[in-house]
Ligand binder design. Sequence first.
Ligand code: IVH
Length: 702
Amino acid sequence: MTTPAAVLVDAAAYAQAVEDAVKASAAYYTGGTSVLDDDAYDRLVRGIAQWETDHPDEVLPDSPTGKVAGGAVEGDVPHTVAMLSLDNVFSPEEFTAWTASLARRIGHEAERFSVEPKLDGLAIAARYTQGRLDRLITRGDGTAGEDVSHAIGTVEGLPAELAEPVTVEVRGEVLMTTAQFEHANEVRTAHGGAPFANPRNAAAGTLRARDRAYTVPMTFFAYGLLPHAGTEPALAARLSGLAHSELMAQAAAYGVNTTASTAVPGVTAAGVEEVLARVEEIAALRPGLPFGIDGIVVKADLAADQQAAGSGSRAPRWATAYKLRTVEKITRLLAVEWNVGRTGVIAPRAVLEPVEIDGSTITYATLHNPADITRRDLRLGDHVMVHRAGDVIPRVEAPVAHLRTGEEQTIVFPETCPRCGSAIDTGEQRWRCANGRDCHLVASLSYAAGRDQLDVEGLGHTRVVQLVEAGLVTDLADLFALTRDQLLGLERMGETSTDNLLAALDTAKAQPLSRVLCALGVRGTGRSMSRRIARHFATMDAIRAADAEAMQRVEGIGTEKAPSIVAELVELAPLIDRLAAAGVNMTEPGATPPAPTDADADSGVDGATAAPEAADGPLAGMTVVVTGAMTGPLEKLSRNQMNELIERAGGRSSSSVSKKTALVVAGESAGSKRTKAETLGVRLATPDEFAVLVADYLDATA
Ligand code: IVH
């Protein structure tokens, strides 16, 4: 996706744009926070560049296009070789054009490229004298930077001593991993400071801070190795002749951290196609990385090619940054809404000033829970960083504390349930109405009757509202006690609709245990978790007899979830009893209860005939992902039914493709998941091929 340039209509707009960009850039390089996120900054600079092409005589001296970003401060340490910036490309076409211009410049195609992640931190030069780290310098304005040697010892990956007593300068990026960032914000807020908006700011602020009462770790990745004053001439000559990939191997051999230690190591590529394939790979791996990247850096690998290409005053001509789509933007937090979900959980939701992230307009984002709001010290009117990657629900990351005006207001937490006025149970991180799932009865019943749960045809939202308002149902079990006369007494309920609804309710009683369990809406158990529990225990009695330890034997249930599921089943016991009495099925077809272990030999779990969980099905041991529209024999199956089918056939269903995925069923108009499967070399099947594979298990999926 190409980011469009900002359109500048006249000289005044141009001057304003330059001023905005300079401010944003200064904030960026000094660890402050700009109102412009990366994407907006890129658009602005492209707009500036476009205007300058049309008005070459009116270029302002401080335009960001002509100078190295950042600003030198008096007392800075000069760099021996300028620390340059990088030009950007945003699409395969732009990248191809860049390689062509590089080829024109050096008189032949670049011999090969090195491709590595563009780490989202700050550039730093680390000077080693005779193998000992003695100076750390920021990039500053590129010609001189700030001495931040006080940070030596807090940056992982930059050893105090190299494996060899060489005098060299290592250049690279200092960043905070997600875990380091979270730790840093915890420590900082515990010391009364405002949390950092994102890992980049946290690294910038931490690196420059002196005399702090605490230190927090950061991580370094090298992307350059060069001689400096005092380097032995023979070593200097050797380093200048090495390819970039060889320099990185040398840095690693010295003991410095490089991307080779990550899931996205730097690699070399022979030509445009190979580079673009690697770009796709890195982009696909981005969401799972433990640190932020904002692009991919492509460099001519050979020293000779680099020397032939040379450098401009701002950026080298032998390297470019292939920018990835933005996943974060800054916008304002306008209000916080408190919504009660079907299980009675009261969840805060941020109402945002609409902002476009990666093609969609975001107006709401999750705020997780009240404790999270307090921890982040969010206030109404705050500028907040909003994160949205792929299909995940957008979330508010943190307030941009530097942009506060003082007019922000405290977020008021509800004292009683915003829906029914009952007390709020604040015992857990997620607050819950004391009325539990009865608070939002319409939501919990509509969910239970939904297609993926009990699938009661004719029982949509409006009908549920009608039943609740008429006082005919106060919980799920009441549905199965409805009489013909009661239904006929309702508005718009004729004989046919009544008989159809009663028949649908009767059919629903035969749904497998997994769906009944899901319909109950136990917190923390959605469709796939309900299936896993049902398949593991096989009967409702076995589920109810399980203690937290037994519950933890179900895949995906850990020490935190197990006791809460057990406790909630106790809470639901009277309802479950009434459902069973009404004739609702409480067993999972094809599953066998687990054999009692020594620990629960007398716990009432009856299941002497332990059977492996569909371990003999055609998908045994396989993680399967379904994407795109299903066709042929699978055409009518919902995604949930596809997942049920996979699990019946012994597999594990998942919604995201990773190296662990064994098979991707890709239907019509499958998109990024298919591409990712191809990139990772995961086996693909069409719906028809898959239907043949699981033919024996297909009939049970109605
Ligand atoms: S090479 C002369 N490689 O991106 C080449 N830079 O936008 C300049 N960066 O200042 C740097 N990862 O702070 C290079 N693998 C990588 C990088 C990288 C992140 C940063 C670096 C640079 C900025 C330019």
